[in-house]
Design a protein around this ligand. Sequence first.
Ligand code: FPP
Length: 259
Amino acid sequence: MRSSPTISAMPDRQTTAPRVPRHLAIIMDGNGRWAKQRQRPRTVGHRAGARAVNLCIDFCLNRGIETLTLFAFSSENWQRPKDEVGALLTLFLRALEREVDELHRRGVRLRFIGERERFPDAMRQRMREAEHLTRDNATLNLCIAAGYGGRSDIVQAMRKLAALVAAGELSVDDITAERINDALCLAGLPDPDLFIRTGGDQRISNFLLWQLAYTELWFTPVLWPDVDAALLSGALADFAARERRFGLTSEQIAQGTTP
Ligand code: FPP
């Protein structure tokens, strides 16, 4: 059984060049305000947001980013007005129907994270099919957080581990950071290196609470549908100039000490 209580339990920490994030996580905020600025319904903003999703995927493929995690729909978003939730679900379903074959052709592996129970059967079916079809792809991991909440993710991980302990299959001492990581929905993927939130708010909003521990945070007032490659390049350039210390000192990092 593995035991590594230190931060080195988290794999592949990147403190030196090359400084392209391996894993980019994004809160795509501002669709509603983008529509409001144009006196259009919020759903028009979400449709424009879907176009920005395609642009962002192209960007990641061009830049060699290995994993992109997009916050598409939070567990709290179920409480939005019924017609907006319905429009978002239709948009997701149409996007799945339209884009999956092309994403597969480009080597994208799809993973959906979040609680699926509340999604309609047709959508859950499409999610399963898309994950199955693309399971051997390796160009880009595209994780879509839908019905996702960071706290629920941690709760389900704790329940899994507690059940193993109760069954006598895991000892309490074997509960390590790595073990918890493996029970979370992004198991097997490195933590995000860079987090972007558009739309001006500077908070995490229950997104990847565990995995963002050492992630570089980058905020912009630009609304999600207005995002373009220049803005994403700017975020990457900012990221590349940062020193990531993971709790070490600058001197240790310069000497090549690994976290
Ligand atoms: C937040 O903006 C955005 C959402 C709740 C939905 C995100 C959905 C998309 C980007 C479209 C499609 C996505 C996929 C994966 C196909 P908001 O509505 O909270 O905007 P506001 O803060 O301006 O009101």
